[in-house]
Design a protein around this ligand. Structure first.
Ligand code: LHQ
Length: 261
């Protein structure tokens, strides 16, 4: 697939996907959703890629659904279908991608744009960026996983406040509340995010993928179930290349060379 609304490049083990409608703050169209899903699948299928980095072009990260798109602006639109066929598979693809997904939030992240960021594994943001659950301003609920991620990340009081007031919060506030990993000086965002992504791409990818799977599974599991899941995963990883390499490197006091297996 050729891309018109996003950019895709692979280098140093990292696939960088850039939302690219800067004059519309990277608002999401149906075409962009198709391209994003294709790009995530492409990164997942590439033997050279061990980390995905998602960011936006221009002054915004993503203003959420393009509200002028015919699919949502027509009379009595089928928003359920827009989510079911468009956003939901994208959120699943990001959360289930068997490698770390870093998100560099370069400006406002509103509506589904905020929740696409929150579906990523490690979120860095410019200090000037803002996060906004804009949905209530147009009579909707947080979608794209918002009602799932927000209460788990924030607890109910802050999740409800963010969703009902639909006011922006700063990147610093997002860090303080545990919504994202780090806020960095504006001019350092892409330097820091690229460094994170490149470093992650040299790490034990299979292990990192299992970390994300186990952590997410924990929300639906009892402690007994989770302990069993951990034991099963550890059993598998213990037979993999990167565990042996990690042990050898430790014993030999050298840097490990992980293959991702
Ligand atoms: C936009 C947008 C936008 C189109 C800025 N659309 N053009 C899922 C499924 C189905 C249905 C509905 O929704 C969903 C999920 C959702 O995401 S719902 C939430 C949708 N997003 C919003 O409600 C946010 C709307 N945008 C805003 O409130 C503001 O633009 C923010 C606060 C993000 C930024 O404000 P400013 O920095 O003042 O920028 P601006 O408003 O001047 O925007 C710059 C341009 O981008 C402007 O275009 P123009 O041609 O006039 O320069 C805006 O119209 C355009 N734009 N967001 N979502």
């Amino acid at each position: 697939m050729t891309y018109e609304t996003i950019l895709y490049e692979e280098a140093d083990g990292v696939a960088t996907v850039t939302l690219n409608r800067p004059d519309k703050l990277n608002a999401v169209t149906g075409q962009m959703l198709d391209e994003l899903k294709d790009a995530v699948a492409r990164a997942g299928a590439s033997p050279d890629v061990r980390c995905l980095l998602l960011t936006g072009a221009g002054r915004g990260f993503c203003a959420g659904q393009d509200l002028s798109d015919r699919a949502v602006a027509s009379e009595r639109p089928d928003l359920s279908q827009t989510l079911g066929q468009g956003y939901n598979p994208l959120i699943k693809a990001i959360t289930e991608l068997p490698m770390p997904v870093v998100c560099a939030v370069n400006g406002i992240a509103a509506g589904a744009g905020a929740n696409i960021a929150l579906a990523c594994d490690i979120v860095l943001a410019k200090r000037s960026a803002k996060f906004m659950q804009a949905f209530a301003k147009i009579g909707l609920i947080p979608d794209s996983g918002g009602t799932w991620h927000l209460p788990r990340m924030l607890g109910l009081p802050r999740a409800l406040g963010l969703a009902m007031l639909a006011e922006p919060i700063s990147a610093e506030q997002a860090v303080t509340w545990g919504l994202i990993w780090q806020a960095v000086d504006d001019d350092m965002l892409m330097i820091e995010a690229n460094a994170f992504a490149k470093k992650l791409a040299t790490q034990p990818t299979r292990g990192l993928a299992e970390i994300k799977r186990a952590m997410r599974a924990s929300f639906a599991n009892t402690l007994d179930e989770q302990l069993a899941l951990e034991a099963g995963i550890q059993g598998e990883l213990g037979r993999g290349h990167d565990y042996g390499e990690g042990i050898s490197a430790f014993m030999e006091k050298r840097e490990a060379k992980f293959t991702g297996e």
